[in-house]
Design a protein around this ligand. Sequence first.
Ligand code: GDP
Length: 366
Amino acid sequence: MEEIKCIGCGVEIQSEDPKKEGYAPAGSLTNEELICRRCFRLRNYNELQPVSLTGDDFLNILNGIGMKDGMVVKLVDIFDFNGSWISGLHRFVGKKDILLIGNKSDLLPKSVNPNRLINWMKAEAVKQGLKPVDVLLVSAHKGTGMEEALTAIDKIRKGKDVYVVGCTNVGKSTFINRIIKGATGIGEVITTSHFPGTTLDLVEIPLDDGKAIYDTPGIINDHQIAHHLDIGDLKAITPKNEIKQKVFQLNAEQTLFIGGLARFDFIAGGRSSFMIYVSNNLQIHRTKLSNADALYENHLGGMLSPPSGESIEKMPPFVRHEFSIKKGKMDIIISGLGWITIQHPNVVVAVHAPKGVDVVLRPSLI
Ligand code: GDP
């Protein structure tokens, strides 16, 4: 029998086992544009079916790409750069040209200098062993920068195939949909959703010259904060609009809680201002450093939420990261949440974030 693929996620369609991926009822097999039941439900009810894509499957796909000729577009979420990094990609891509694209630029506050972000991304990529030909910012959601990205892809691919790789939740489906929409005028072909891990198998988008853009499944990075939250909480921490900075003037020995997801202690230094860049929906609570432990203990999931409900149990324990900052202005990034700008030099601060979530320092973007 000829292999039929779901136009939503690219998985092979089967009608034998409703519990396995790619199931579509036998009666639907004659439809011209076939979609698996999982994508059908996601699209119509925003309901997630469990998936069985494992790390091994993903490695097999990466290995497959390694053996093919073409270029790689690596998509990252600029708010979860470290969390959405696919480590070891350079081992698979070999000598292929890589275009690194940071998505979700629409969320950046206007005060951010995009070139600083691009330079930081370039430096981080090199640190991780990857040397992209170019680094760009886009908003797949709004379409900003997409034309530039397509021009860059066309230039870099030199008539070859294009493989788009990225971690779950970086906005890869939204990005691919943009490309398809631009090319064919059809919108929303590939499933996009708030749930991490909703794109399966390779999806092929034919190009004019007989080559294709391939969408690969998103790998699930366990240390993305997104995986520890349920859908409601994920919505709350995922910024929808341009992030507004929140400024706090603090004395030493004061603490800020970002919901119940992270904690920032100002340990030593003169009175300073700190700017917080996280989803506008997240509440910040200020307290004394000496009260912070008790507040967390007594109010996690209540005043300090998200996490809420079942996410409280799923959330890994806090790990403390201390920074002694000699020079201003620096950003402390809490991957997947946002960042805190330290305005003044000569301060000691600590960030507590769920275990596995990267907390790193970079020169301020502002
Ligand atoms: P995938 O798992 O990488 O395929 O990611 P999706 O395309 O499903 O997107 C994940 C989430 O990020 C969804 O909630 C999207 O609405 C959101 N998203 C994707 N692209 C953008 C963007 O450019 N800006 C913003 N603000 N959100 C985006």
